[in-house]
Design a protein around this ligand. Structure first.
Ligand SMILES: [Zn+2]
Ligand SMILES: [Zn+2]
Length: 351
């Protein structure tokens, strides 16, 4: 074991603060990574505050990790010291169930081992995430970050990026398709960039006039103000695919009505309360309403490689580690364009 410093929440109502803990030494197939940057995902806030009622404290959040390999175990073949790498939401899975065999580790049947707040492999304690100086991860759950993209701006690709990439690929979004992205936040802004780069005609749906210019800057061909019922009615029956990245409660039927025959709406934002769905809205045009959770390791690498080829990263705002509590408050007000990233060089040497 070695001593690692980080930032943790010690209780649901506690501010995140410096924290010292032990990590395992790298085993034969492990990669030891010096963390350079970690993105701040809304899940971090939910978990730190025990809003999903399953947090084990102390909680070190962070699953949008990029860093440089410091050392590798004797049997590691994929990485070596000095490599630019990333770690996303998962650090292991059973590797044997049908989901794992299909490269969909996020749907692992016994359950994937998540980067933080999951039981450790040795049964002792739980995983600690990327708000820390180093992390040790099995080589099969480490991703390669292309040299051509900015390192800090690549960090949120590991969760926000793949969460939007996975459904766009699963539903084969591409040229000749009319695609809608609902909501322009951490997820939505990546949905716009990816759908445009994949060749679709992209419409951003937003409640806010103030986001029209930004939506266009990010590549959206059209922007529709969803509060405008006449504008929404004009979009009826016309979309092949809609990606809904809104996690607040909202009228899902207004978007289902925009799908044409056999169109699909995939929900990636996660509203806390159930959403009422008009079944007539679905059956009149054989529409589908689906969900999607992050992405597998293979598709995460595919997404990173695509970002390298197309020069795609997230729009980020860099913060110091000690600004994390303020950043959470700003996130709750959607006051971020479009993802906070922690510069891990600002983490105190010792807690
Ligand atoms: Zn996340
Ligand atoms: Zn599995």
């Amino acid at each position: 074991m070695f001593t690692c410093t980080g930032y943790a929440a010690t209780a649901a109502d506690a501010r995140l603060a410096p924290f010292t803990f032990e990590r395992r030494d790298p085993g034969p197939t492990d990669v030891q990574i010096d963390i350079h940057y970690c993105g701040v995902c809304h899940s971090d806030l939910h978990q730190a505050r025990n809003e999903w009622r399953n947090t084990v404290f102390p909680c070190v959040p962070g699953h949008e990790i990029v860093g440089i390999v410091r050392a590798v175990g004797a049997e590691v073949t994929k990485y070596s010291a000095g490599d630019r790498v990333g770690v996303g939401c998962m650090v292991d899975s059973c590797r044997e169930c049908p989901s794992c065999k299909a490269g969909l580790e996020q749907y692992c049947e016994p359950g994937a081992r998540f980067t933080y707040n999951s039981p450790e492999a040795d049964g002792k304690g739980h995983t600690f995430g990327g708000y820390s100086r180093q992390i040790v991860v099995d080589q099969d759950f480490v991703l390669r970050v292309p040299d051509s993209i900015d390192f800090a701006a690549a960090a949120p690709l590991l969760c926000a990026g793949v969460t939007t990439w996975s459904p766009l690929r699963r539903w084969k979004v591409g040229p000749g398709q009319k695609v809608g992205i609902v909501g322009l936040g951490g997820l939505g802004h990546m949905g716009v960039k990816f759908a445009v780069a994949l060749g679709a005609e992209v419409t951003l749906f937003t409640t806010s006039e103030s986001k029209v210019a930004d939506g266009k800057r990010l590549g959206a061909h059209r922007v529709v103000i969803s509060r405008d019922s006449a504008a929404m009615a004009a979009e009826a029956d016309s979309f092949d695919f809609i990606l809904d990245a809104v996690s607040a409660n909202h009228d899902i039927n207004a978007y289902l009505a925009c799908l044409k025959l056999d169109g699909t709406l995939v929900q990636v934002g996660a509203p806390e309360d159930p959403l009422p769905v008009s079944v007539f809205g679905l059956l009149m045009k054989r529409r589908s309403f689906a969900g999607s959770l992050i992405g597998g390791i293979g598709e995460t690498q595919e997404m990173l490689d695509f970002c390298g080829e197309h020069g795609i990263t997230c729009d980020v705002e860099m913060i110091r580690m000690d600004e994390i509590n303020e950043a959470y408050e700003r996130m709750l007000k959607s006051d971020v364009k479009y993802r906070f990233v922690i510069d891990m060089a600002t983490l105190p040497e010792a807690a």
